[in-house]
Write a protein that binds this ligand. Structure first.
Ligand SMILES: Nc1ncnc2c1ncn2[C@@H]1O[C@H](COP(=O)(O)OP(=O)(O)OP(=O)(O)O)[C@@H](O)[C@H]1O
Ligand SMILES: [Mg+2]
Length: 185
C-alpha cells in the first residue's frame, strides 16, 4: 500500500514520517530518491531548486515496490502527484503557526510568502483532487497536535478505522479568511 504524506513545507511531513519509521513502517524520502537517481527535469532558477521528474520517480517506485506487501509512506511535498497511490494524507497548518515554522527555516521572505499563499489557497489539496479520487484523500490539521497523536490519527486512517467519521475528510479546513490573508502583507 502506497501512502503519500504531503503538505506545504513546514506542515510536519518529515517529523511524522520519522515517527512512523520508529514504529517500523517503511518510509521513502522522495527528494533523496529523486536526486540520487537523477529524476530531474530542470532547474528552477527563481526558487533555486531542481524540478523533479515526477513521472520517472513514480515509475521507479511502482516497479521497485510492486511486490511489497506492507505499507509504504512517501515523504514529500509532491508525493500526491505520483500515480498508483492508495491513500493521500495532506498535512495542514494554520498560517500563523506555519509562518513561525518557516521563519525558523531561515527562508527568504518571498519563499515564505509563496508557501503561506499556497497553504491558504489549499493548493496541494486541489492538486491531489485533480489526480485522485476524493475518498482516498484526507487532511490532518497539525497546528496544535502532538506528533504521537498525529501518528495515531494517520495509522487509524490507513487501517480504515474512521470509516463513517468525516473529521479528516477534504473540505473541513478553510484558511481563507481576512485575518490569514493579512499575513501575506
Ligand atoms: N505538530 C507539530 N508541532 C510542533 N512543531 C511541529 C509540528 N510539525 C512540525 N513541526 C516543526 O516544524 C518544522 C518543520 O517540520 P518538518 O521538517 O517535519 O516539515 P516538512 O513538512 O517535512 O517540511 P519540508 O517540506 O520543508 O521538508 C520542524 O521544526 C518541526 O519540529
Ligand atoms: Mg520534510
Amino acid at each position: 500500500m502506497l501512502v503519500a504524506v504531503t503538505g506545504t513545507p513546514g506542515t510536519g511531513k518529515s517529523i511524522l514520517c520519522d515517527y512512523l519509521e520508529k514504529k517500523g513502517y517503511t518510509i521513502l524520502r522522495l527528494n533523496e530518491i529523486a536526486l540520487n537517481n537523477n529524476f530531474i527535469s530542470g532547474f528552477d532558477k527563481k526558487r533555486n531548486c531542481y524540478i523533479i521528474d515526477v513521472d520517472k520517480l513514480s515509475k521507479y517506485i511502482k516497479d521497485k515496490y510492486k511486490d511489497y506487501k506492507g505499507i509504504i509512506f512517501l515523504d514529500g511535498h509532491f508525493s500526491h502527484l505520483l500515480e498508483n497511490l492508495d491513500k493521500i494524507i495532506i498535512l495542514r497548518t494554520k498560517p500563523v503557526e506555519l509562518k513561525k515554522r518557516l521563519l525558523k527555516k531561515k527562508w527568504k521572505k518571498e519563499k515564505i510568502r509563496e508557501n503561506l499563499e499556497a497553504e491558504i489557497l489549499d493548493i496541494i489539496t486541489l492538486e491531489a483532487l485533480e489526480k485522485h479520487s476524493i475518498n482516498k484523500i484526507y487532511e490532518i490539521d497539525t497546528t496544535r497536535e502532538e506528533i504521537q497523536k498525529l501518528g495515531k490519527i494517520t495509522l487509524n486512517i490507513i487501517h480504515g478505522r474512521f470509516k463513517n467519521d468525516k473529521t479528516y475528510a477534504v473540505g473541513n479546513i478553510n484558511w481563507l479568511t481576512d485575518k490569514n490573508l493579512k499575513l501575506l502583507g
